[in-house]
Structures are given as structure tokens and as C-alpha cells.
Design a protein around this ligand. Sequence first.
Ligand code: URA
Length: 241
Amino acid sequence: MMIRLDKYLADMGIGTRSRIKKEIRSGQVIVNGKPICRPELKINTDQDEVLFQGEPVTYEEYEYYMLNKPAGVISAASDRQETTVVDLIKDRKRDDLFPVGRLDKDTEGLLIITNNGELAHRLLSPKKHVDKVYFAKVKGIVTEDDIECFAQGLDIGDEKPTLPAELVICSSDEISGILLTIREGRFHQVKRMFQAVGKEVVYLKRLRMGPVTLDDSLKPGEYRRLTEEEVDRLCSQERKP
Ligand code: URA
């Protein structure tokens, strides 16, 4: 990809465009061994070697992170008052990252954070039916009848009932532990599905989204880059019909 030198450096988090232009003009940048003073110089991101103040700066068109979202943080790119999931990604280079979909403020677990809009769009497309797996603690005893109702699809007050969902009971008590796989991403969907069978979700955590599973070594608030294999799996998943 061909890109202006000042944009190349700004995208990689070196500073603002205006500061970078000054730095380039004052000879702080070397491209392929030569000092360059023109911010508008076109760089080939696959081939050219760029040094800023003597340090190599490699270009990444896309960044991909897996975050174990903690409760209390909102699923947005930025917010004037509240901490967002993107604020938690301290090592990010790019300033155009956003979460792929939303988890409620009190929900924990897997959130993919990227700047690849096309990938996000396809993963979230209602037509793609990408699996999402949640663990929940639910007030009340979850029954075989509930499993059947979830498998049939539930009326949660929307125009259409939910698609069939797979409910597995892990523990059954005053507070039951369950695993739920859904193939849609409606607003408050898991909580509303349980409401529809007269039960309340008191804790919710997403464990998997399509081919990517939350790394269980990540504590709430921790994150890591997706591996190349995970990114490949996401990209090939998005091309399935
Ligand atoms: N379903 C919910 O109810 N909340 C979430 O955060 C995700 C799925």
C-alpha cells in the first residue's frame, strides 16, 4: 500500500500530523537510508524502511486485540466521561481502533478490538449467524423446559423470535451456571432470553466469538494481540456464506 510519509508515522502513533511534519522537515526521518524532508513523500508500506529518530517504524494497516472486558467499562471507542474498552489497550499504535460489537457495561469477557471495519461489519452481520458463547449465572433453577424453549427460539418482544439457541446447564441451584450459544447479537439478548422464561441473569461473560475463544490466562482488563492464526480464522470465517 502507498501512503504519505506523515500519515505513515501518524498512523503508527508517533504523534500528530502537524508535529510529524515539523519533525520530518527538521531531518528526523530517514527512508531507505536517506534523510527525507518532504512529508508528502509516498511510502510503499511493504518495502520501504522508515526510521524515526534512528528507530525503525514498521507499518501495520490493521491491529487486532483480544480483550477480557472487565465490568464497569463501556464498549465504545471513546467517551468524554467513562472509561472505554479501547482506553484499556495501552500498547495500541493506531488511534482508529473500535470494539467489534458491544457487551453491556456489566458484562465481562471476550471483545475483539480492531480497526478493520470490513471484518467487523461481516462478523456482526445478522446474515452471517456467527456463534457467540456466553457463560451466565442465573437466579433460579434452569430446567429442561428452558433448554427446549431456547432451542425453539423465544419471543423476547422483538418483531421476530430469536433463532434457536443452545442452552447447557453447568450447575443447578438458587443461582444456576449455564452456557449459552446464540447466533445473533440483539440488544441485551441473553438477559432478555432469560427474562422471557422468568429468570434473571446476575452475571454474564462472553467466552467465544466465532472461531476465537477467550484466552483463560487473561484476567479482566487484560488483553493480548490476536495471533496470526486467529486473524486468519476470523478472516476465513467471514467469507463463509
Ligand atoms: N447479551 C446481553 O444481554 N448482554 C451482553 O452484554 C451480551 C449479550
